[in-house]
Ligand binder design. Structure first.
Ligand code: TRP
Length: 452
């Protein structure tokens, strides 16, 4: 981020730069690919409501905590935790919380890159006119063909991985700021166009009902866990991504205000994606619970039929690729930062090592969709297992640790000064970090293992 401009607008620019980078991290495949498909799998409205409650009650306070800890610690998540624990005279083992985060980011990255590869492959498919005047059966068939073809997926996964590493090896900031600045408005416009199309050609009322009519009989403790896990995933919380970005934040910038902007933009993009997709799902009699292929089996129908759809389709998948890129950078950056700072590797070497292992794991993920699909653990293939382990367990656990550290272990005075909240608001934040966020995560965990 280009800080320290000497002009009078330097301050504003740095705050803006941070918002761009953090929004770039938050808005990604989680909003456009994952949110619609898990909403479809978990029955719609009630799930969306739980997700929104988790964003507001757990996500917001933890995001403030994570940014604040990053700004105080100024390093990779592990060293930051070490330093903060030392400063407040706490157990040095708090650094393992950072370690958990570095590992979670690495694991998420391995499958994130495969899915981002799908979006690359769809840029080309759209470009070659595969979807012009297409119908639901053909679109489904095309997706299944891709899933059955490991080589095609491995190639695109490799391209995406290489793109991420190229950005990361050069150092993240300048490019990131520039790309997010045009990405967000463009993404917004395309989503609006898609919604307009869905309003006129899709089953709009049915889509709205599905998203916003809360029928709690449709969800169980696993759905609640998924909604909570997704609140962490979509806000990039619980693993140090936002902590690393927070470490570049100048002192005078208000953390609560920027948190609201970032979380607001992130939630808006997810809801817009839902509004664009579900009317199409119902109008074409598609299966709402069809899983990770949902957007790849619905949006091409819109692109195939709407005026200008070919161009919008290409633009959409390019934007999805960029949105994924600005997120993947933040997934791998904590690992790179740690390798360079603690393992005495150069940035290049760290990128090669982390990138290569992530790439290999990603190849195994590709196989879990085809030749290796029969290898399962607890009924989950490797992709599902990694997703479950990271989003539903590691991120909430990491988030709980962050909330507990910020709420209980840091000196209240430090936290108060750093956040700059008025006294009553600070008390609310502290209550959320001390009791509500860790308590909610704990209760949901207990429910899922069947103790409650
Ligand atoms: N939030 C991103 C998305 O929704 C993914 C992501 C980036 C992430 N950094 C993260 C998820 C850190 C969890 C933790 O696509």
């Amino acid at each position: 981020m280009s800080y320290k401009k000497t002009s009078g607008h330097g301050e504003w620019s740095s705050r803006f730069a941070f918002i761009l980078a953090a929004t770039g991290s938050a808005v990604g495949l989680g909003n456009i690919w994952k949110f619609p498909y898990i909403t479809g799998q978990n029955g719609g409205g009630a799930f969306v409501l739980v997700y929104l409650l988790c964003v507001a009650g757990i996500g917001l306070p933890i995001m403030m905590a994570e940014i604040m800890m990053g700004r105080r610690g100024h390093q990779d998540p592990i060293s930051t935790m070490q330093l903060l624990a030392h400063q407040s005279r706490r157990d040095p083992r708090w650094q393992y919380l950072g370690g958990l985060g570095v590992l979670a980011g690495f694991l998420i990255m391995s499958y994130y890159s495969v899915i981002a590869g799908w979006s690359l492959s769809y840029i080309v498919k759209t470009l070659f006119g595969y979807f012009i005047n297409t119908d639901a059966t053909r679109v489904k068939h095309l997706f299944e063909q891709m899933m059955a073809n490991p080589l095609q997926q491995i190639i695109w996964h490799s391209v995406f991985m290489a793109a991420t590493l190229l950005v990361v090896v050069r150092g993240v900031r300048a490019g990131l700021e520039r790309s997010v600045r045009f990405l967000m408005p463009a993404l917004f416009i395309i989503l609006m166009l898609l919604i307009a199309y869905a309003m006129t050609s899709g089953s709009y009322q049915q889509g709205l009902d599905f998203l916003f009519h809360a029928d709690f009989s449709k969800i169980d403790s696993h759905a609640v866990l998924t909604a909570m896990g997704h609140a962490f995933f979509t806000l990039s919380l619980g693993m140090g991504s936002i902590m690393v970005y927070g470490s570049y934040l100048p002192r005078h910038v208000s953390i609560p205000q920027t948190t609201l902007i970032i979380a607001g933009a992130d939630t808006l993009v997810a809801l817009l994606a839902g509004l664009a997709i579900f009317p199409l799902v119902f109008a074409n009699n598609l299966e709402v619970a069809s899983g990770p292929g949902l957007i790849f089996q619905t949006l091409p129908l819109a692109f195939g039929q709407m005026t200008g759809g070919w161009l919008f389709g290409i633009l959409f998948f390019i934007l999805l690729f960029f949105a994924a890129l600005t997120s993947s950078i933040s997934l791998i950056e904590p690992a790179i930062a740690w390798l360079t700072q603690n393992r005495q590797l150069s940035r290049e070497q760290a990128c090669i090592r982390a990138g290569l292992s992530c790439w290999l794991l990603g190849i195994a993920v590709v196989f879990s969709f085809n030749i290796g699909s029969e290898y399962t653990l607890m009924g989950k293939n490797l992709f599902e297992l990694l997703d479950y382990l990271t989003a539903n367990l590691m991120l909430p656990l990491g988030g709980m640790g962050i909330a507990i550290f910020a709420g209980w272990k840091m000196h209240t005075r430090d936290a108060e000064r750093e956040l700059g909240l008025s006294a009553p608001l600070f008390l609310i934040w502290q209550f959320l970090c001390r009791y509500l966020a860790p308590g909610a995560v704990f209760l949901v965990f207990l429910h899922v293992v069947g103790i409650l």
